[in-house]
Design a binder for this molecule. Structure first.
Ligand SMILES: Cc1c2[nH]c(c1CCC(=O)O)Cc1[nH]c(c(CCC(=O)O)c1C)Cc1[nH]c(c(CCC(=O)O)c1C)Cc1[nH]c(c(C)c1CCC(=O)O)C2
Length: 344
């Protein structure tokens, strides 16, 4: 049957006059209805593990804006938690986790087959969404890439330069690689379960890929993404995968071929003209409007949106931001971006 959903058509390589559009962190604090549901849930993690409320916040931006895709509401740090790490969020600061500094910390993690015990509410959210979403809306599941997830597990928090993870990589390569392998195996199981529950596409977020250079980028960003993509596609033939090696720069070139992903998501540090020539030549791309436009709006938002649509108009493209929308964004600016893309 010919594919009718706009997002799936782009992922299959179709060039569309008006690209499909969705937005990273589209369910989030910039929306008053999100803040209300989050308050009802109590805190962020309770929201992630409450299928009814997590489905509700996933649907909110679809109702408000009619995006072409919904992304499951969850977090990349649920996998470390399912592997036995302690996880909590400090308001105004971000995530905190128990750290992996030595072999005994790693040995204390739970086996991969145990993750579903913690993550089963997420699969229930996916099931609810696949029933409730409009028929034209694609449901995206996701996980963090092993390197990015490992940076949080090693440091116990977000870090500006991923210093602790780089240090462990150099000082105890065997432990570092064992951790990456464990996350890789868990991620394959987690994404497969999301697909079995109804996710139609999966996205792998490697938010800190840009701090891996040269050979390390190949070993710890490209290779794990290839292993996950291969395994997921072997179990679920035809499932499209989006890779996001954020700030990979030259590493974006050839990333789709090297990993087997169907689409490369681009951050806004690369120009759309450069990416059209060097990345879109291999297939679908997603991106890459600066999320700061969602705060500032105006003609600059319209101009940059038009520039991106135009630059990617000769190949398959999914319109998105270069990174997540921030809590200080104005919901009106999101509408302006959508109207500009859809030429309304
Ligand atoms: C690195 C990372 C994380 N989580 C994620 C990444 C990769 C993408 C990226 O680079 O942003 C991915 C993520 N996090 C969230 C989603 C849900 C789907 C979506 O709407 O995009 C997705 C896909 C919800 C969330 N994850 C988080 C929020 C805000 C929590 C709140 O409501 O207080 C949301 C909506 C919290 C979170 N989660 C994480 C951090 C560092 C933080 C704190 C920073 C912040 O507050 O924005 C880890």
């Amino acid at each position: 049957m010919a594919e009718t959903k706009k997002l799936l058509r782009a992922l299959a390589g179709e060039v569309q006059d008006i690209p499909p559009i969705w937005m990273m962190r589209q369910a989030g604090r910039y929306l008053p209805e999100y803040r209300a549901t989050r308050a009802q849930a109590g805190d962020f993690l309770s929201l992630c593990y409450n299928p009814e409320l997590a489905a509700e916040v996933t649907l909110q931006p679809i109702r408000r804006y009619g995006f072409d895709a919904a992304i499951l509401f969850a977090d990349i740090l649920l996998v470390p938690q399912a592997l036995g790490a302690d996880l909590w969020f400090v308001t105004g600061e971000g995530p905190r986790l128990s750290t992996i500094a030595r072999q005994s910390d790693f040995d204390a993690l739970r086996p991969v087959e145990d993750i579903h015990e913690t993550l089963s509410p997420v699969y229930e959210t996916v099931r609810l969404l696949s029933r409730e979403l409009p028929s034209e809306t694609t449901l995206i599941g996701f996980a963090g890439a092993p390197w990015t997830v490992a940076t949080y597990m090693i440091a116990g928090r977000g870090t500006p330069d991923q210093g602790p993870a780089h240090a462990l990589r150099e000082e105890n390569t065997a432990l570092f690689e064992a951790l990456l392998d464990q996350i890789t195996a868990a991620t394959i199981e987690y994404l497969s379960a999301q697909i079995e529950a109804g996710a139609e596409v999966v996205k792998i977020f490697d938010s800190w890929a840009g701090s891996l250079k040269g050979d390390a980028f190949q070993k710890y960003a490209v290779e794990p993404c290839r292993v996950i993509t291969d395994a997921v596609k072997a179990r679920h033939p035809g499932i499209p995968v989006i890779g996001f090696p954020r700030e990979a720069d030259q590493g974006y070139v050839g990333f789709a071929k090297a990993t087997g992903v169907d689409c490369v998501a681009l951050d806004n540090s690369v120009s759309p003209e450069w990416a059209a020539e060097n990345v879109q030549a291999d297939g679908c791309v997603q991106g890459n409007l600066a999320s700061s436009h969602m705060v500032t709006g105006g003609q600059a938002l319209v101009d940059d949106t038009c520039r991106i649509v135009e630059a990617f108009s000769n190949g398959p493209h999914i319109f998105n931001l270069g990174h997540g929308i921030t809590p200080d964004a104005d919901p009106e600016n999101v509408q302006l971006m959508i109207d500009t893309v859809r030429r309304q």
